[in-house]
Design a protein around this ligand. Sequence first.
Ligand code: ADP
Ligand code: MG
Length: 139
Amino acid sequence: MTERTFSIIKPDATRRNLTGKVNAVIEDAGLRIVAQRRIRMTEDQAKKFYEVHAARPFYGELVEFMTSAPVVVQVLEGENAVARYREVMGATNPADAAEGTIRKLYAESVGENSVHGSDSAENAAIEIAQFFTDDQIVG
Ligand code: ADP
Ligand code: MG
């Protein structure tokens, strides 16, 4: 089943000029980048995006991190894209991430872990709609 997921290349990665290297891993995994924009996330956008983690101790630090430098927001399309991209990203903590995954290759810590990917098709649709209109996605 072809589906779409939402991805963010996070500030630790854009700061180190790794956008192209992350995109190469994404494309080599068979996922297609069907929308992409580099933005500076506002505090309001970051707070809303990570609302589900509002009660977690790292929430403030996470919002601060996500607004600390540009990010690249993306829509990825492919076979089982949500689950596939979670595999390609690797575990949240790079210490636990499998070889060849983006987080194993590039993440700096459990917080500054280079990429975001939606955890369900339902959340993917919500997250995509926060940053893209339908006409900005060209599959
Ligand atoms: P994932 O991004 O793998 O879906 P979560 O949804 O659990 O992970 O967490 C969202 C983001 O919050 C993580 O990607 C990471 O940037 C940050 N985060 C998660 N756990 C921690 C932690 N223990 N300390 C600091 N930041 C964290
Ligand atoms: Mg998550």
